[in-house]
Design a protein around this ligand. Structure first.
Ligand code: 5GP
Ligand code: ZN
Length: 140
């Protein structure tokens, strides 16, 4: 529990939410300002800011809920597809500092875009630069 965290308050029942699924460690509820019908957030019940802060077992539990729930959400709202994503950090658009996975149902012709549309201008990287990035990630 973190003071002043909206999602911790939802877990504690202090703020109402439309819960659609729950496990010991994870909670799924409808987004209050949905991007599409059925837009759902899946969170760990304990407070963790970003995905790198999640213990592995809890990350697994959250992702298990995402994988189980996404087809059910799609079916419930008769969606053609879904985008599943996390805004991990403020610069990526994270506003609520409690890890949450967005499941956004998608419909043919809905005017939306793929995950590829979230980034800014594409970088023009040489093969050497890409190799160096791969090395940096491997050794980070
Ligand atoms: P973020 O930008 O942090 O990735 O997304 C936060 C999401 O939480 C937004 O889509 C927003 O609509 C949703 N949200 C913010 N406050 C509440 C709330 O009190 N209840 C629910 N159900 N969703 C919320
Ligand atoms: Zn929290």
């Amino acid at each position: 529990m973190s003071e002043d965290c909206i999602f911790c308050s939802i877990v504690d029942g202090d703020i109402p939410a439309r819960t659609v699924h729950e496990t010991d460690g994870a909670l799924a509820f409808l987004d209050a300002n949905p991007l599409a019908p059925g837009h759902t957030l899946v969170i760990p019940k304990t407070h963790h800011g970003q995905i790198g802060d999640l213990p592995a077992d809890l990350a697994g539990e959250v992702f298990d809920v995402v994988t189980e729930l996404t087809p059910r959400i799609r079916s419930a709202v008769d969606a053609d597809a879904a985008n599943v994503g996390i805004n991990d950090g403020e610069a990526a658009g994270q506003e609520v500092p409690h890890v949450h996975v967005h499941v956004v149902p998608r419909f043919e012709g809905d005017g939306g875009a793929p995950i590829h549309a979230v980034a800014g201008d594409r970088p023009d990287l040489s093969d050497g630069e890409i190799d160096a990035i791969a090395d940096a990630i491997r050794s980070a």
